[in-house]
Write a protein that binds this ligand. Structure first.
Ligand SMILES: *Cc1c(COP(=O)(O)O)cnc(C)c1O
Length: 380
C-alpha cells in the first residue's frame, strides 16, 4: 500500500540543483571548495563557535570528537540511553564504555541531576543529546564538567537554530555535532558538521578530518608541503553535498518558521487530549528556544500504542516511535553499562508517538493526523 501521509518528506528549497551545477561547472568536486567555505562561515556566524567543519554525517563528527579527546579503552563516556546509536558507537569504536544515565520526565534529555553519581575515575566525556531540538540543562552540565575536569560533546544532531539561554546548541560544550541527514530540519541527504568551541582543538580537528595530514594548512600557505601528522580519516563531504547544503542554509529561517507553525498547530489542537489525561504534550523549559524538529506525544500508560499505530496505518498515515533504549539493546549490553535505574527511559520509549512533520505538510493533511489520533483514542 502506498501511504498518503508519510512521516517525513525531505524539503527542497529550490536552488540545490543550480548550486550543484555551478560546482560542476567550477570543476572542483572534492571537499573544501568554495561551497564548503560558504557553509563554514554560515555555521560560524549562526552558532558563534570558533570553527566549524563540514563532515559526511553527524556520526562522523561524533567520531572525530572521540579522536580529538584521545578517548581510549578503559575510558567511560556518560550519555543518555534514550538516543540514537551513533552517540554510543563513536566512543565504542575507540574502545570506551558508554555509561547510560536516565532521562528527565519533561524534555526526555539526560537528567543532569543524575550525572554526578555516574562519574568514576575513568570518566572522560559527557555527551548531552538535545532531544527534539530542545536543550539539555547546559548550565548544570557545564559547571559539573568543569569541576570534574571532563569534556563535553553536545550531540546537537537535531538542534540547528535551537538555543539555550541565547546560545546555539552545539556551541556550548567543547565540541558539538550537527546532522544534515534527510530526516533533520536542514538536509544534504547525508551530512553533518563539527562545531569547535575550544581554540586549541581547531588545528587537530582539521588534521583528523583530512586523513591525518596538515593539508588544510598547506592550502592556506602556512606550510610548504603536507605530511602525515597523526591518526585520522576522511571525514569531509565533497563539494556537491556542500553546494546542496548551501541552498538549504540560505532558507534556514523559512524552514524553521514553517516547522514551528506546524508544531504549534499540533500543540493547540491536541491540548484537549492532554487536559483529559490521555497524552502529554512536549514541554519546552524556560530559556530554551526549540526548532520544531519533532512533534511527539507521550501516551498515558493505559493506552495501547500498537493499536494507535495500526489506526494511523489504516488511514494512510505513517507515525513512528523511538528510541529503542540503548542500555537493553544487544550492543548496549555488550559494550555499555547503566548508572542507576532506567525507569523513565523504559517508560517513555514504550509510550512515545511521533507525528508526521515536514515543511510542506498542509493544514488538511495535518487535520487528518489530528482527527485520526483523536478517533483512535476515543475507541480506547
Ligand atoms: C540523526 C542523529 C544522529 C546521526 O546523524 P547522522 O548525520 O545520520 O550521522 C546522531 N544523534 C542523534 C541524536 C540523531 O538524531
Amino acid at each position: 500500500m502506498s501511504y498518503k501521509t508519510p512521516f517525513n518528506k525531505p524539503y527542497m528549497c529550490g536552488k540545490e540543483l543550480y548550486y550543484i551545477a555551478e560546482a560542476h561547472f567550477n570543476g572542483k568536486l572534492a571537499g573544501d571548495g568554495p561551497y564548503t567555505s560558504l557553509c563554514h562561515n554560515f555555521l560560524e556566524s549562526l552558532s558563534g563557535c570558533k570553527k566549524s567543519l563540514l563532515t559526511h554525517s553527524c556520526t562522523a563528527a561524533l567520531e572525530m570528537s572521540a579522536m580529538l579527546f584521545d578517548v581510549q579503552p578503559g575510558d567511560e563516556v556518560i550519555m543518555p540511553s534514550y538516543t540514537f546509536v551513533s552517540t554510543a558507537n563513536a566512543f565504542v569504536l575507540r574502545g570506551a564504555t558508554p555509561v547510560f544515565v536516565d532521562v528527565r520526565e519533561d524534555t526526555l534529555n539526560i537528567d543532569e541531576k543524575l550525572i554526578e553519581r555516574a562519574i568514576t575515575k575513568n570518566t572522560k566525556v559527557i555527551v548531552p543529546v538535545h532531544y527534539a531540538g530542545v536543550s539539555c540543562e547546559m548550565d548544570s552540565i557545564m559547571s559539573l564538567a568543569s569541576l570534574e575536569k571532563l569534556k563535553v560533546v553536545e550531540d546537537a544532531a537535531q538542534g540547528i537554530q535551537a538555543s539555550y539561554k541565547g546560545q546555539s546548541l552545539g556551541s556550548i560544550g567543547d565540541l558539538g555535532a550537527l546532522s544534515f541527514h534527510e530526516t533533520k530540519n536542514v538536509i544534504s541527504g547525508e551530512g553533518g558538521a563539527l562545531l569547535i568551541n575550544d581554540e586549541e582543538l581547531c588545528l587537530r580537528a582539521e588534521i583528523i578530518r583530512e586523513k591525518g595530514t596538515d593539508r588544510s594548512r598547506f592550502f592556506r600557505g602556512e606550510v610548504d608541503k603536507y605530511t602525515w601528522q597523526e591518526v585520522g580519516s576522511s571525514f569531509l563531504p565533497g563539494e556537491l553535498i556542500a553546494a546542496f547544503l548551501w541552498a538549504q542554509f540560505e532558507e534556514l529561517n523559512t524552514i524553521t518558521q514553517k516547522r514551528i507553525r506546524i508544531w504549534e498547530r499540533y500543540y493547540s489542537n491536541l491540548k484537549d487530549l492532554e487536559d483529559n489525561g490521555q497524552i502529554r504534550l512536549p514541554i519546552i523549559p524556560e530559556g530554551c528556544d526549540h526548532n520544531a524538529h519533532m512533534f511527539y506525544v507521550v501516551l498515558d500508560g493505559s493506552l495501547d500504542r500498537d493499536r494507535i499505530l495500526t489506526e494511523f496505518k489504516n488511514n494512510g498515515i505513517v507515525s513512528v516511535f523511538h528510541y529503542v533504549p540503548l542500555h537493553s539493546s544487544p550492543a548496549g549490553l555488550k559494550y555499555g553499562r547503566v548508572a542507576g535505574g532506567m525507569e523513565k527511559t523504559d517508560s517513555v520509549s514504550a509510550r512515545l508517538l511521533r507525528l508526521p512533520l515536514w515543511v510542506d505538510l498542509s493544514n488538511d493533511e495535518q487535520d487528518r493526523v489530528i482527527d485520526t489520533l483523536k478517533q483512535s483514542l476515543q475507541k480506547q
